[in-house]
Design a protein around this ligand. Sequence first.
Ligand SMILES: [Zn+2]
Length: 140
Amino acid sequence: MGTYPVTRSDEEWRRLLTPEQFQMLREGGAERPDTSHLVHEKRAGTFYCIGCNSAVFETAMKFESGTGWPSFSGPIAGAVEMVEDDNYPGGHHAGYGTVRTEVRCANCGSHIGHVFTDGPPPSGLRYCANGIGLSFTPAS
Ligand SMILES: [Zn+2]
């Protein structure tokens, strides 16, 4: 892990997060598909990193991927960083042998999901997020 504007020790993270969230955000875990209510969230609004409340996605970027994970064509500019991911053999989101890029919150380094290149135009990208790592606030 590099240095992020929001840096916490594992102990602090464990206090802030549920065990499930900790495993997901800090240890790169993945939720089972269709477990998050955010998969089918369609209201206009903003998705925030659960670790630091930084805005990472907007509903305008969201699309139905059919994967069972909240999927976005792109993040809010500067909100996430990409990390080469070769740590998760037999990965959960991707097909066998697919190279994956991990998506982390640029503000606190929490694991958000992965990005793939089979998304819709114009970006062609699919940001596959764990719903448990996000909170949603509808636009007022
Ligand atoms: Zn964060």
